[in-house]
Design a protein around this ligand. Structure first.
Ligand SMILES: *[C@@H]1O[C@H](CO)[C@@H](O)[C@H](O)[C@H]1NC(C)=O
Ligand SMILES: *[C@@H]1O[C@H](CO)[C@@H](O)[C@H](O)[C@H]1NC(C)=O
Ligand SMILES: CC(=O)N[C@H]1CO[C@H](CO)[C@@H](O)[C@@H]1O
Length: 331
């Protein structure tokens, strides 16, 4: 039974690969009985691939540009949707009857195998627009037919937010109204770090969270970590953003993932993210940001982001949405 069901994630570069490693390790730690699959882009370093190989049952390299099929044609038409097409590739995993997709910027806090009792397409409401689902975690049934339809759909119609969440919400457009069992509970099963912006509710319900989704532009791997003090640092990170979840992510990375990375890289320098090793800390891989992105934005920037579907869920603008969302769920 479990052999034909899988958790699936996606890493298009070495930074997201670290996220996938931590996610995969967290699923293993909570003793999932499902298979673990990671889709990777062609640019992920061999060293990262070998570490992914040790955590996941299957590592699938997806290069839409080389595919020569409908995906390639779709990409020629909509080059802006490159990463989206890579993610849609999860529908081709037809060796599995059912899968749960999880973004590489999520982390599980308990065993969540019960998600496989749900049907396609189950997902949690998006905190910014609750009538849309968040495509960070969703239940789906691999199918070549659905895959082809998704590709045609997105090349014809594009994506209203420029990414996979827009495509998937337009395609599975009855999600909001059709079947409430396809709504994963927001608080319990997809509690994002955004909850921190509504602290009273978080204190009340946060301990029941099963999945943390590190929404927003700044990802856990963009910070740095001091294993000696257990402190997570980021240049523009206000002190209250030192969340327990972020520390949890880094502890898992430093204890379970980093040793394997060090082995894989050997003498080759790489971006560890940890501050104790100054010789390595100064090095960055090609995809690492040279300046840490600022958390504080002007309202102009925030508005632009919001309209581009990249709301800063950790910022001020999220409070009212989340409060409304929580109220509606917790009645
Ligand atoms: C889906 O397509 C792939 C590639 O063409 C093929 O290997 C696989 O057998 C197909 N799956 C099903 C269930 O038809
Ligand atoms: C584009 O969207 C419209 C409206 O949702 C839909 O009817 C149509 O089938 C879509 N196009 C494709 C190629 O799927
Ligand atoms: C506490 C709670 O409501 N947890 C729910 C999380 O989602 C699973 C299924 O995905 C439900 O069975 C749980 O009740």
């Amino acid at each position: 039974m479990a052999a034909d069901q899988a958790f699936v994630t996606l890493a298009t570069n070495d930074r997201y690969a670290k996220g996938a490693m931590v996610l995969g390790q967290s699923l293993r730690n909570y003793k999932t009985t499902k298979r673990l699959v990671v889709l990777i882009g062609p640019h992920v370093a061999d060293q990262c691939r070998s570490v992914l190989d040790s955590i996941f049952d299957e590592v699938c390299v997806v290069d839409v540009r080389d595919s020569g099929d409908t995906a390639h044609l779709a990409l020629m038409k909509r080059p802006d949707l490159g990463v989206t097409f890579t993610k849609l590739h999860c529908w081709t995993l037809t060796q599995y009857s059912k899968c749960v997709f999880m973004d590489a910027d999520t982390l599980v806090l308990s065993n969540i195998d019960e998600l496989f009792e749900r049907e396609e397409l189950s997902a949690a409401p998006d905190p910014g627009w609750p009538d849309c689902f968040n495509s960070g975690v969703f239940v789906f049934r691999p199918s070549n037919e659905t895959y082809q339809k998704l590709l045609t759909f997105s090349s014809e119609n594009g994506s209203f937010d420029g990414g996979d969440q827009g495509v998937l919400n337009s395609f599975f457009n009855t999600w909001a109204t059709e079947d409430i069992s396809k709504h994963l509970p927001f608080i319990y099963n997809l509690s994002s770090i955004a909850i921190y912006t509504y602290l009273p509710a978080f204190k009340q319900y946060g301990h029941e969270a099963k999945v943390v989704h590190f929404l927003g532009k700044v990802k856990p791997w963009d910070y740095s970590y001091d294993p000696q003090t257990g402190e997570v640092r980021g240049h523009s990170m206000p002190p209250e953003r030192h969340s327990d979840f972020l520390v949890l992510w880094w502890k898992l990375y430093a204890t379970s993932v980093l040793p394997s990375l060090r082995l894989a890289y050997g003498e080759t320098p790489f971006h560890t993210g940890c501050t104790e090793n100054t010789a390595h800390a100064g090095m960055t891989d090609a995809s690492a940001p040279t300046t840490p992105p600022a958390l504080q934005m002007s309202s102009e920037e925030r508005k632009e982001r919001w309209e581009a579907g990249q709301a800063d869920y950790m910022g001020d603008d999220s409070f009212t949405h989340i409060e409304r969302k929580l109220d509606s769920f917790l009645k």
